[in-house]
Design a protein around this ligand. Structure first.
Ligand code: SAH
Length: 255
């Protein structure tokens, strides 16, 4: 199975971060371990804010995501609410997780990086292709953006819509369909974030960028690269290559 997982090994080495070290899951006490004193371990707060703060420090800020608004959004959005119940304990781990239908919720660092590259401030209109669990859309909404998101798999589109309603995300407009053609009725967008990999940038998405807008997209089949297409005020498009990544393939597009 392929995951929406950043191949961030080089980057991780650069910051000296060992994925998994000290991360979240508690080990059972071995024979010789001190018995845990009763009543000193408070139950984890239901919203798990401390785990999120640690995720931001160790996985995201440590790898160079610096935009304070993005870091605040990553601290605020309850990622565990977007993870299927059986995997919720792992919600703040440094990796993607399965969400059903062979798809994944992306690694937290990749969500933060794509959000920073999208640079979508309050009231910006943003399109996401590949709603999946709905987590990336919720992070964009937490920045104050007006979010449009499209998911091709009906069961995932339905469960993400239910999650948005349950958590009260009113600025997210979600629909089921093929995002290859974008959402022309809601265009133009200040930013478009694509969380499944097409072999090349879908022309409709470039078309639906506002002047000054940015398309953040993993491009490629076997080897993928995160790229940013920026539309200038004159309509010209510049591309920036960011980092190697690994995402599920974009389907649909009549291809
Ligand atoms: N952004 C998601 C990650 C989703 S993984 C999250 O935060 O959880 C990528 C998703 O893209 C999958 O759910 C997959 O079904 C969807 N997808 C693939 N091709 C698509 C297309 N052409 N249009 C819309 N969604 C697509």
């Amino acid at each position: 199975m392929r995951h929406a997982f950043a191949v961030a090994a080089g980057l991780a080495a650069l910051v000296g971060y060992a994925p998994g070290a000290g991360g979240g899951a508690e080990r059972p006490a071995g024979p010789g371990a001190e018995p845990a004193p009763v009543a000193t371990v408070a139950p984890a707060p239901a919203d798990r804010a401390a785990e999120r703060a640690r995720m931001v420090d160790e996985q995201i800020a440590a790898r160079g995501v610096a935009d304070p608004a993005v870091l605040a959004a990553m601290r605020r959005v309850p990622r565990h609410e977007f993870v299927p119940a059986p995997r919720r304990a792992e919600a703040y781990g440094d990796h993607p997780l399965p969400i059903g239908a062979g798809q994944t919720i992306s690694q937290p660092y990749i969500v933060a990086l794509m959000t920073e590259l999208a640079a979508a401030g309050p009231r910006a209109r943003v399109l996401e292709i590949g709603t999946g669990s709905g987590y990336q859309a919720a992070v964009l909404a937490a920045l104050g953006a007006d979010v449009y998101t499209i998911e091709i798999v009906p069961s995932l589109a339905a469960s993400a819509a239910a999650t948005f309603a349950r958590l009260g995300y009113r600025s997210i407009h979600a629909r089921q369909g093929d995002g290859y053609h974008g959402w022309p009725e809601a265009a133009p967008f200040a930013a478009i974030v694509v969380t499944a990999a097409p072999p090349s940038p879908p022309p409709a998405l470039i078309e639906q960028l506002a002047p000054g807008g940015r398309l953040v997209v993993p491009i490629g089949v076997a080897d993928q690269e995160l790229q940013v297409y920026e539309k200038g005020a004159d309509g010209g498009v510049r591309v920036r290559r960011v980092t190697p990544v690994r995402f599920v393939p974009m389907t649909g597009g009549d291809r």
